[in-house]
Write a protein that binds this ligand. Structure first.
Ligand SMILES: Nc1ncnc2c1ncn2[C@@H]1O[C@H](COP(=O)(O)OP(=O)(O)OP(=O)(O)O)[C@@H](O)[C@H]1O
Ligand SMILES: [Mg+2]
Length: 277
């Protein structure tokens, strides 16, 4: 464990597995003003995520998934309600809760290694040597050791997302918030990453909230899948996925879960189509 009040730390301490957070979203509402009027992006949304749980949020475009993720991250403020991490209100962003976006937000002027190191700048206890050791560990974990000195523009989309993942993991957050991180990738690359993310989650014990449009992806990764309904954004239904891990995205059992969720998703879409404005 990292001990508070010490003036020096080491990479070994930094790399230890820390207890993941539990999250509690309590009656969060958020609306946006736009040219076409007010949009109620989230309407009294409540959910609990246990320590080390992997929860997936699915729902049609515009139903408030990113808004909720940003509020959990502390990047955006709710109009009402609260987010608690380990019982404490989230009032702003912090390195305990890091976000990984759909498009890799990497710095093109830094190489792969530099991008992962960047996430460790906020750790004043580490020496430069410690930071290098930690960065190397995470590059190995995501399978990119050979590419540590590659330029960002030389990487494929999948490799960029691996760098983003290493950069998000390096500061050892308790919560990882992922917003459609694999949406722009081809199916084969995505399948590899499903395997990797399951392994990494097992090895590093993070609490993960993962947003996706892809129902199969949600069933492959999540302990639970929360289905959002749009306008106003609400949690419509919850599915528990009890399949053993590692899960294969192409397995028959997984397809059965995905079919069930897809049916509910379609009925949410229909309900919206016939709802009076
Ligand atoms: N900054 C903003 N200003 C105005 N409206 C916004 C803003 N951010 C989100 N919205 C609106 O809030 C609603 C929810 O948006 P959000 O981005 O959370 O949806 P989403 O579920 O992540 O969608 P997608 O699956 O397309 O990413 C949408 O109707 C969107 O237009
Ligand atoms: Mg979104």
């Amino acid at each position: 464990m990292l001990r508070a009040g010490r003036h020096h730390s080491s990479a070994t301490e930094e790399l230890q597995i820390i207890p993941p957070s539990k999250l509690s979203v309590e009656g969060v509402s958020k609306s946006f003003r736009s040219a076409s009027g007010n949009v109620l992006a989230l309407d009294r949304v409540s959910l609990k995520v246990a320590e080390g749980e992997f929860v997936c949020l699915v729902g049609t475009s515009g139903c408030g998934k990113t808004t909720l993720l940003n509020i959990i991250a502390g990047l955006e403020k709710a109009d009402s309600g609260a987010v608690l991490a380990d019982g404490k209100p989230v009032t702003g962003p912090g390195r305990e809760r890091l976000v990984m976006f759909q498009e890799p937000a990497l710095f093109p002027w830094l190489d792969v290694f530099g991008n992962v190191l960047f996430g460790l700048k906020l750790k004043p206890n580490l020496t430069n040597e410690d930071r290098r050791e930690v960065a190397k560990y995470y590059l190995e974990l995501v399978g990119l050791s050979r590419f540590e000195h590659a330029n960002i523009h030389e990487l494929s989309g999948g490799m960029k997302q691996r760098v983003s993942l290493a950069r998000a993991l390096a500061p050892n957050p308790r919560v990882l918030l992922m917003d459609e991180p694999f949406a722009a990738l081809d199916a084969l690359t995505r399948e590899q990453l499903y395997g990797d993310i399951q392994e990494i989650w097992k090895a590093r014990r993070k609490t993960i909230v993962f947003v996706t449009h892809n129902v199969r992806e949600a069933a492959c990764l999540g302990d639970r899948v929360l289905l959002f309904s749009p306008h106003p954004g609400r949690i419509q239904e919850e599915f528990t996925v009890n399949l053993p891990r590692p899960r294969d995205i192409n397995s028959v059992d997984l397809a059965a879960h995905a079919t069930q969720i897809t049916k509910a998703l379609k009925s949410a879409g229909k309900a919206e189509a016939i709802a009076p404005k």
